[in-house]
Design a protein around this ligand. Structure first.
Ligand code: HEC
Length: 199
């Protein structure tokens, strides 16, 4: 008799765990509040976040080849995202919290029909987004990256997906130094992200 009782309890516990797994159990939501923090491997590499295309979209600077002597460093749209919880903190405090991830996914323009790189679609002549083509990330972490104004920079590949799943921090000369010299606010080019200043 006692054995059967224990078995029933175990079943109930397993059922409850299932509920947690499906996110319908309150404490699971509380745990999610740390999901925006960067995840590091044992040897200090950054893990590629998941679900980033559903984060808050900040903007898409575009530097097409045809306007850059035929060879732009990054001819794609630069779609920039930040996690909704980091965005909420930024809106409240107007600062990027420790652990902020800014993720830039590159997205090719559709094939050119004109010398200036443009093409015509039903809406008019211009540039239109095509395939995904790479990921760069900036992370704010004052203990890891004190030497480059608290931000580390990572490249997960400049090509079609799948991307690398982890990346080591790039040398300061490769990334941070240009952000140090030119960025608007705390190493970030906020001038291009209207939503950060929007009321
Ligand atoms: C020559 C200057 C320069 C270098 C070098 C550079 N960046 Fe940037 N970065 C920019 C500019 C300008 C922007 C915003 C405009 C744009 O994307 O065209 C930007 C934007 C970004 C953003 C979006 C958030 C933000 O700060 O606005 C990320 C992420 C980023 N860069 C990562 C990197 C990584 C990783 C490297 C090195 C592999 C790198 N950058 C090297 C100039 C630079």
């Amino acid at each position: 008799m006692k054995k059967r009782y224990t078995f029933a309890l175990t079943l109930a516990a397993v059922a409850a765990m299932g509920a947690i797994g499906h996110g319908s159990f309150k404490p699971a939501v509380a745990q999610q509040s740390e999901n925006w923090k960067p995840v590091w491997t044992a040897d200090g590499q950054l893990q590629l976040p998941t679900g980033y295309r559903e984060w808050v979209y900040l903007g898409s600077p575009l530097t097409p080849n045809a306007l850059n002597g035929g060879a732009a460093g990054f001819p794609e749209y630069h779609n920039v995202y930040m996690h909704p919880e980091v965005y909420a903190i930024y809106k409240e405090t107007k600062t990027f919290p420790e652990g902020t991830i800014l993720l830039k996914e590159l997205q090719l323009t559709l094939e050119a029909q004109e010398d200036d790189g443009s093409r015509s679609e039903v809406s008019g002549r211009g540039f239109f987004p095509g395939a995904y083509n790479g990921i760069d990330i900036a992370v704010k972490d004052s203990s890891r990256f004190a030497d480059s104004q608290n931000w580390g920079y990572f490249n997960f590949g400049h090509h079609a997906p799948p991307y690398a799943q982890t990346a080591a921090a790039a040398p300061t000369e490769a990334c941070a130094s240009c952000h140090i010299d030119n960025a608007d606010e705390d190493m970030v080019f906020t001038r291009f992200y209207a939503i950060l200043g929007a009321e």
